[in-house]
Design a protein around this ligand. Structure first.
Ligand code: SF4
Length: 93
């Protein structure tokens, strides 16, 4: 289990996502956002991983239920989220 997956599991309202494709993946690629160095390729790789994830629908439902300023910056559920996190940010994906 990646640190990201562990941190996501720690979020009280985060659904458990058995089989999440980001577990075991290079977690750093999910944290890339515009302005980060070498971000474009990393974002594309993360989006592709999400696209094949069996938990995509559940993950997307969860992230869409969060207030915009609570959504994790970077790639989650195949979406690039540009806002900075103030609450519930997985610190070290
Ligand atoms: S959709 Fe992406 S961020 Fe969500 S659990 Fe799957 S791989 Fe992880």
């Amino acid at each position: 289990m990646t640190l990201l997956a562990e941190q996501l599991d720690d979020l009280a309202h985060m659904p458990r996502l058995p089989g999440a494709a980001c577990r075991g993946a290079n977690a750093a690629i999910f944290d890339q956002a515009p302005g980060d160095g070498h971000a474009r390729g990393a974002r594309k790789a993360a989006v592709a991983i999400c696209g094949a994830c069996p938990c995509l629908v559940e993950c997307r439902d969860w992230v869409h239920r969060l207030a915009p300023d609570q959504r994790p910056r970077g790639v989650t559920a195949s979406e690039v989220i540009l806002t900075d996190i103030r609450v519930n940010r997985p610190q070290l994906r």
